[in-house]
Ligand binder design. Structure first.
Ligand code: SF4
Length: 314
């Protein structure tokens, strides 16, 4: 089958099965075309939580589908591939993190949503890049904070909120790889070009940025801006959505160091998913995301706390 035929078939099977397909902005364009909703971690979590579909197909990486299961535990959640990891989530192993938490028993533990369910269960509150500043500001000033796993996001939040935090030493291999020198070259070749960046990027890249925010916030900024030339410092998949919403603007993906395997801003974990795997998992309703009821219970409340703070309910 061609991609076009496969997309048509997926849309038909999706309707027959009353399935909801959720896709992260970093997925391939063909997968995004099949989705009912394309979004970032926070948006996808909320869609999964409120879904009445009979089955949710989650095209993203493992921790995202796991979060969807925690938020909607009675729902069958399937993924195109169970092996979609994340460098940030992998950097934060349960035993090491538990030990760190035990060494700092009075710290409030704030973890970025890019972590396993086990790490979420050790947390006091979860955050995403769209609400992290609000979450940090909600913590009383006399309390110390342990922030994990992304140290770049942590440093950015320290600067924004004026709070010093104990930071876990994890990074996203995609955002960590942007080349400052190559960015400066592009700026020199394109006078007036603006950089929009995700806060998982290095501090030197963030220094160059006109706007820093979550993926959705970056998209909205580019679409609403009167400027027409942008360097996009996040995963390259976001360009698909941006091209639809701002077709006449020049969008240049931020380049990575030469040493990076492809010298591009592509997340190899996200790209493990393919259109064919999406079709197979929808058709076979497998592989299924499984989380024990005990883990769901212990990982759920710090996520609920995040949602309440974000929605101004606390
Ligand atoms: S882009 Fe970075 S944070 Fe997102 S899934 Fe890939 S490795 Fe993880």
């Amino acid at each position: 089958m061609t991609d076009v035929e496969l997309i048509d078939t997926i849309l038909r099977v999706k309707k027959d099965k009353n399935a909801l397909i959720l896709a992260h902005y970093y997925q391939d364009e063909s997968i995004q075309l099949c989705a009912d909703f394309v979004g970032d971690s926070y948006g996808l979590s909320i869609k999964a939580m409120n879904s009445n579909a009979d089955i949710i197909v989650f095209a993203g990486v493992h921790f995202m589908a796991e979060t969807a299961k925690i938020l909607n535990p009675t729902k069958k959640i399937v993924v195109p591939d169970l092996e979609t990891g994340c460098s940030l989530a992998a950097s934060c192993e349960y035993d090491r993190f538990k030990k760190m938490k035990e060494m700092h028993p009075n710290h409030v533990v704030v973890t970025y949503i890019n972590c396993s369910a086990e790490i979420k269960s050790l947390s006091d509150v979860i955050c995403t890049s769209s609400n992290a500043e609000k979450i940090i500001n909600s913590i009383p000033e006399n309390r110390e904070i342990l922030f994990a796993p992304d140290k770049n996001l942590g440093k950015y939040l320290e600067k924004k909120t004026g709070r010093r935090m104990l930071l876990w030493d994890g990074v996203c291999i995609v955002h960590e790889s942007f080349s400052f020198n190559k960015l400066v070259e592009i700026i020199n070749e394109n006078p007036g070009i603006k950089i929009v960046a995700h806060p998982e990027s290095n501090a030197d890249v963030l220094e160059l940025a006109t706007f820093i925010g979550s993926t959705t916030e970056m998209i909205n900024f580019v679409v609403d801006s009167p400027d027409d030339k942008f360097i996009i410092a996040t995963e390259i998949g976001v360009i698909h959505d941006l091209k639809k919403k701002a077709p006449h603007k020049l969008l240049i993906p931020a380049p990575a160091y030469e040493e990076n395997s492809c010298a591009c801003s592509e997340c190899a974990y996200m790209k493990v998913n393919t259109l064919k795997k999406l079709y197979d998992c929808l058709l076979n309703e497998s592989p299924v995301i499984d989380v024990t009821p005990e883990l769901i219970e212990s990982a759920r409340w710090p996520i609920d706390k995040m949602i309440k703070i974000t929605e101004n309910e606390i």
